[in-house]
Design a binder for this molecule. Sequence first.
Ligand SMILES: [Cu+2]
Length: 170
Amino acid sequence: MKKLLTFAAGLVFASGMAHAAGQHAGGHGNSDGHHAMMAVGEPGEAGKVSRNVDVVMRETDDGEMIFEPSALDVRQGETIRFRVHNRGELEHEFVLDDHHGVMEHKALMERFPEMEHDDPNSVRLDSGKRGEVIWKFTNSGTFEFACLIPGHYDSGMKGELTVTESQANN
Ligand SMILES: [Cu+2]
């Protein structure tokens, strides 16, 4: 049941996003089109990683939940391996998306707290665990990374991800 819900949710996000952004680039004729059409980019290949970026997730003594660093900068065209480490006491996740996608996903997680998603733009980790997301940033713009486990985003688990337009066309 969880898998079905996850899959259905992905379709809802994708169609909502496509309509909102009016995007037509990419994804046509691709059976995995709902990922390929994401504004933030597409799943990256391990063999094409240009850079590793370390991200820590944890709670603070004064009750916040945070990502370190709290903002990330990449260049358009880069494939990044995000090496995510949950150094907190609670379960956390790292999700990459545009603001619209994050808000939709957040609302869904609040309605279905048991929902699990193993999409390539996210990794969910138990306390003390490490994981990674390999992602290719095909579009420039301002995006987000977030933890959408209910309550966490509003406790501070969000950050801005800026993708700078590449000078050389690669
Ligand atoms: Cu969290």
